[in-house]
Structure formats: C-alpha cells, structure tokens
Design a protein around this ligand. Structure first.
Ligand SMILES: [Zn+2]
Length: 328
C-alpha cells in the first residue's frame, strides 16, 4: 500500500496589527493625533491615495501617489527626537533593509515578507531613525517585534517636527525585477524592493477590517477589490506573479501566447487566465490590448496606467513600464 500523498502545506491567513504601540482603531475625530500630514496640514495627505508633490531632493519636487499611511510620533525625548518603537505588523521574514538614509527618499527603511494564503505580501516601514539591533536580511521576525525607531530620515526632506512612520502593505509584481532593472541600464537601486515593483494597497482600510472583523482575511480583501480594467497581452511564459499567487490564476495552466488579466486601480493583478482564441485574435500583432475599463474604479493611480486613445483605451507610458516588469 502506498501512503496517501501529503497535502501541500497551506500558508495561514495572516492578521495585521497596527505597526506602533498605540491605541487602534480610534474614532476619526482622533486621526489628527495618529497621522502626520505633509506641510499642507491636510489630514488626507497622511493617508493612502493622496496625490502630493514629493520632495525628491532639496530642490526637486515630483508629483507622486501616496502608497502608504504616515503615523506620527507620540513620544519625544528632551531633544525632540521620537521614541516610538516601530513594530512588525505580522509574523514574517526580513526581506530588505536600507541602512543608509541618504540613498532613498524612504530614508532608513525595512521591508518584511509575509506568507499568506493569498500568496506572499510585504510590509514596509520607512523614515526610521534606526533599525533594531540584530535585524538582518533573511531573519525571522514575529508580529509586534521591534523593527526600528520612528524617525525623520532623510532629514533633508522630513523636518524633525514632522517625523513619522510611512507604512505600506504591498505585493511584488516580479521577483525577477532586479534583472529587469539592470537590463534597462538603470543604476542598481534597492534590488526587488523598488517602488515600481511593489504595489501598495490601502493599509488603513486593511488594518481597520482586521481590527473589526475576527474572520477577515487578505484573500477576502483581494476578492472584493473591483477590477479597474482588463488587459490582454502577450507573455513568453507564465508570469512570476501568478507563480507566487497561484490562487489568482484560473483555468488551464498557462499555455500561451496571451493572458487575460483583471487589474485593480493601483495595478495589482486580481486574476488571470489564458486568453481565449477570440481575445488573442483581437490582440493581433499588438503587445497589449486594454479590453475594457471601469472608469468608476479607475482612480488616479489606475489612470496613470491607462489612457484614452481613439475612442478606446490603451496603456499609458507608466502602464507600458508596469507591464514590462510583470512579463519579464
Ligand atoms: Zn508616507
């Protein structure tokens, strides 16, 4: 008698906690005590999805979509330096540490990798004044463990008075991103943990759901996200994204030459399958075809990826780059 094959180990449903030791959730009237707006003072600027001008260096402002939430300091020492420890939002492993404030607009930051039933995802902790001693790439970390100290790095961009934790929850488009990036002849920059390769979801919405609903899961959240557009595109092989997130793929294994994919407003692949012969025929010799757009959920970031053309829609420049990363 042959033994039954062991069931494939399934990753658990990960729960996320607030990444500092503060009361959460709090009533919206107390958000000004919890979140740190930009110079504008508008609370909205501390939250996910706000469009702002980001100070890329002392004299250079660039428009940018805020992919995280900014949590303010609650405790300071006699010199005004924040004392709030920044805490891991869930069990995971250290994916990346940037120890040098000067080489990123995120300053000193850490990225943790988490293994969930929905596939792997990442949490990012930026503008730290320092990392916890002993933290090393590849090491394990438990929910609530100290990642570092809340800060204002890089200090030429963030004044001490506006010290905050920038916190993101995101998914990686392609684990081969580093190779793609080098091929573009760009200077190596933070490996796979580059902003172009991490697609952020709204952390506050997710944290509020986890705090309120004992049964809430990330898988459920992804199922509930409405597609902003559908895309048919050529791929030489199965996307790395669907290999890491097999639950998002449906039907037969990838057979080429094209994929039909549902995409969220921020560029997260929500579901994919082999393109039908009719869809592949519609694609013709083109690399990609925007099959349809749901303008109501397109949002500002989604509108970066697609644009109107000849009465229909096509990928915009940022969308071409995004697809290039996905199919690499
Ligand atoms: Zn931020």
């Amino acid at each position: 008698m042959r033994p039954e094959p062991a069931a494939a180990p399934q990753a658990p449903d990960v729960r996320l906690r607030f990444p500092v030791d503060r009361e959460f959730p709090v009533p919206e009237s107390e958000y000004p005590l919890l979140f740190q707006p930009t110079e504008s003072g508008r609370l909205e600027s501390a939250l996910y999805g706000s469009t702002r001008t980001r100070r890329a260096s002392k004299n250079r402002l660039v428009p940018s979509f805020h992919e995280g939430i900014d949590i303010r300091a609650s405790e300071r020492d006699s010199k005004g330096r924040p004392r709030d420890p920044v805490l891991a939002a869930a069990d995971g492993a250290v994916a990346y540490l940037n120890r040098h404030s000067g080489n990123s607009s995120y300053g000193i930051y850490a990225v943790l990798r988490h293994s969930d039933r929905a596939g792997e995802f990442f949490t990012l902790y930026a503008h730290l004044s320092g990392l916890a001693p002993g933290l090393a790439a590849g090491g394990r970390i438990a929910a609530g463990d100290t990642v570092g100290l809340l800060g204002n790095t890089p200090a030429d961009i963030i004044p001490l008075a506006r010290a905050h934790l920038h916190f993101e929850v995101g998914f990686m488009l392609n684990a081969r991103f580093d190779q793609w990036y080098r091929k573009q002849k760009l200077v190596p920059d933070h490996g796979d943990m580059h902003g172009w390769n991490l697609i952020g979801l709204d952390p506050l919405e997710i944290l509020l759901r986890f705090a309120a609903e004992p049964e809430f899961t990330l898988s459920e959240h992804l199922r509930e996200l409405a597609p902003a557009f559908h895309l048919v595109f050529r791929a030489r092989r199965q996307l790395d994204f669907f290999e890491r997130h097999p639950a998002a793929w449906s039907g037969e294994p990838y057979g080429g030459p094209a994929i039909f994919m549902a995409v969220s407003e921020n560029g997260l692949p929500l579901g994919g399958r082999n393109a039908s012969p009719e869809e592949t025929q519609r694609l013709g010799k083109a690399r990609a075809l925007v099959a349809d757009v749901n303008a109501a959920v397109l949002g500002r970031n989604g509108a970066r990826l697609v644009e109107r053309a000849n009465g229909g829609w096509k990928l915009a420049g940022a969308g071409e780059r995004w697809l290039g990363i996905l199919v690499y």
